[in-house]
Design a protein around this ligand. Structure first.
Ligand code: PA5
Length: 415
């Protein structure tokens, strides 16, 4: 059996009594999650019972994309793209025969999209448009611009063979267009919301097209799901610790990582937790910092500023590569490896922050491989959903996001 992500609460300032007190609520939350009766909990059992035929179709589509293009543009926003971007930038397949994956529709910047168009103009191109609702303004705008570019390059008929759509099974204008134009398409399951959809076609198609082993990713997620189901997992305990810290006024969680490739995983965490927990005037505000970089800016605040936060350290035990530091670096550093020095930073920062009373949660991630990426996704989805239940909010809706979408449409109608 391979390793599991380990949770270390020894410096969290949450004691056994508090965790014990949370135990009854935890049991209830877990039972609710696994009951199969709650809306939008389709992701909970997904690693055990995903559709194997659909997975082969996703792999076949990914292979076709690899043959067709140099650049795959993934169009989507929020849960419709962040999981894929997190996986692709964390895991980098390093293979030669795979397209570069770019993202569009995650902002409304004319500059960003014009630069993207300039960059892709002489390249072989495919589009993967992802929108559960099919009506999100950002993705609709980017899709129409990029579709025009595809028509210009290939003509309408060939362009349709280079568009891959992932949307609701039956509803929405994207589904209608997909049926009309005959795009290869996949479904965002009804019972899985955007930010919990990384392990469906939403994340898997772009990730597979980038040459990353999605079966391994699903195997990692399955190991995490089995651990949670059999009460061996730590994700629910992390939820209890987070809630104990919130009740003491620690209203900000700072996710910290020392491997820059985790940048978009940090963005994914912010989206997952922010959109799931921040409602009804409740929730923990998620932040993400990259160390050592941010130690030389936000590090000051953490050490010495308003203590309204706790830290969750994502510590990668076996980074992919390492370099030995040469003699010229001087006695303290010479002969050590960069990863050893990075680990000294992890321990040094923890010691310094612990000394001033910052609650610190540490997670040990064995390696940044597809398997452990799958574990991480499932682990944090569980922590997030259980936290929401413990805090009395619905972790699967996003009324606040919906209201900005409709207000923006009203403004647009006046233009
Ligand atoms: O998690 C969510 O539900 C959201 O972040 C959505 O993914 C995001 O708003 C995009 O919505 P859609 O896929 O409908 O375009």
């Amino acid at each position: 059996m391979r390793e599991m992500i380990k949770l270390d609460l020894s410096r969290s300032r949450v004691d056994a009594q508090e965790l014990q007190a949370a135990a009854a609520g935890l049991e209830e939350a877990k039972a609710k999650l696994w009951s199969g009766e709650e809306p939008f909990t389709g992701w909970v059992k997904l690693p055990f019972d995903y559709d194997r035929t659909e997975l082969e179709e996703v792999l076949a589509a990914a292979e076709q994309i690899q043959k067709q293009c140099d650049i795959l543009v993934v169009i989507g926003i929020g849960g419709s793209y962040l999981g894929a971007q997190a996986a692709i930038s964390t895991l980098k397949s390093g293979k030669d025969n795979v397209p570069e994956v770019c993202f569009a529709g995650q902002n409304l910047s004319g500059t960003y999209h014009k630069e993207l168009l300039d960059r892709i103009k002489d390249k072989e191109l495919c589009l993967c448009v992802i929108s559960k609702s099919g009506t999100t303004t950002e993705s609709s705008v980017a899709f129409s611009i990029l579709k025009d570019e595809l028509y210009r390059k290939y003509g309408k008929e060939e362009a349709a063979k280079r568009i891959y759509a992932i949307t609701d099974a039956n509803k929405g204008i994207l589904r209608e267009e997909t049926a009309r134009e005959g795009y290869v398409s996949f479904v965002v399951p009804d019972d899985i919301g955007g930010r919990y959809s990384v392990l469906t076609a939403v994340g898997l198609l772009p990730i597979a097209a980038a040459g990353i082993d999605i079966k391994e990713m699903l195997a990692g997620a399955e190991s995490a799901a089995a651990a949670e189901k059999e009460d061996r997992g730590a994700a629910a305990s992390l939820a209890a610790a987070r809630m104990a810290l919130l009740s003491r006024g620690k209203a900000i969680e700072v996710f910290e990582y020392y491997e820059p490739s985790l940048f978009f995983f940090g963005e994914w965490l912010k989206q997952l937790f922010g959109e799931s927990e921040g409602k009804d005037g409740k929730g923990i505000f998620p932040a993400a910092l990259q160390f050592s970089t941010d130690l030389h800016s936000m590090g000051q605040f953490l050490q010495d500023g308003n203590q309204i936060f706790f830290e969750t350290v994502l510590n990668v035990m076996k980074p992919a590569q390492d370099i030995l530091v040469p003699e010229s670096a001087g006695q303290l550093l010479a002969g050590k490896s960069m990863n050893e020095i990075n680990q000294a930073a992890v321990e040094g920062v923890i010691a310094a922050h612990e000394a001033v009373g910052v609650p610190i949660i540490k997670l040990e991630i064995p390696e940044l491989t597809p398997y452990y990426f799958g574990q991480m996704v499932y682990f944090f989805e569980t922590t997030c959903a259980v936290s929401g239940y413990l805090n009395g909010v619905n972790p699967f809706d996003q009324p606040g996001v919906e209201s900005y979408k409709s207000e923006m449409r009203k403004v647009l109608m006046k233009l």
